[in-house]
Write a protein that binds this ligand. Sequence first.
Ligand code: GLY
Length: 339
Amino acid sequence: MRLIDPRGAGQGASRASAGMLAPRIEGHSVALLQLGLASLDLYDNFVARVVADSQRRVEYRRTGTLQVALTDDEARRLEEQHHALTRAAVAHSWLDAAAVRRLEPSLTDAVVAGLLIPGHGYVGVATLISALSDAAGRLGASLSSTEVREVSSASGGVRIDTSDGALTSDVVVLAAGSWSGGIPMGSTPSPPVRPVRGQLLQLRFERPPLSHVVWGGLGYLVPWEDGRLLVGATVEDVGFDEGVTIDGLQQLLACAQTLLPAAESARCDGARAGLRPATPDELPIIGASSTMPGVYYATGHYRNGVLLAPLTAVMIAELVLDGRERAESVLVQPARFGL
Ligand code: GLY
């Protein structure tokens, strides 16, 4: 197997990811929620297998998420979510201001209510990507940094023209994120993905200031074990611009300082931006091409690529190796975009 990526592993949408695993917060549609929950169910085994195959450590914790309301309006919306979770029999706790403070004493006094969902968590994206790259290498994959110029049908398989010559393969999986639309594929239309920039800020504390992923009206905070805290994220329609901006940083600083007063004395540990691949219906494109035999798509994961990684991997592997489609396939068919 050959992985062709001129940018190197993890240098696309992953740069916009804080690794949050929170489908009950980020599942903005019934379909996305179904995909997110199915993938979260696979996460324990996925991480265990990547760790075993790579012999590397992956930071992965199901700390739970704590959504907080700072205004009565936010509290009302959170309470509706609490009632919906109760109806769906999802494990969670509704917390008043005092209970939030007992759980997370560093949070602002302005918190009026909170919603704790213990099944959620986060994964350290950089540690996951290094482990995945190493595991792939140990299992025989090679990583090449050439550029793909065209994918076309050829006798005996699929032809891939690269900046370093042509290859032929039985199977090609197009997983180029925001850049998926830029690869010519004969008469097959390009995947309709557009880049949506996400900027993230990294702060450093002497010890972790929080023990849960915290989500507020302006963004979210993801506390790592070593005292680093990721603050995310902007959502910007600015084309293929991967810059970090003053505007973006101000938004992230406001989020951190509003939720966590101690952020004022934290060390700034860097900032980054990545491009999330958004599709018109904000659902990924996963499955076999309906027009080009041997071509498969695994792209367009928008804000949920890290969460949906295990499900995407299983769906593509089962389809390519056994011709089996999982139930979730109907939600993400390439054919809905003429692909
Ligand atoms: N999944 C988090 C984000 O896209 O900001």
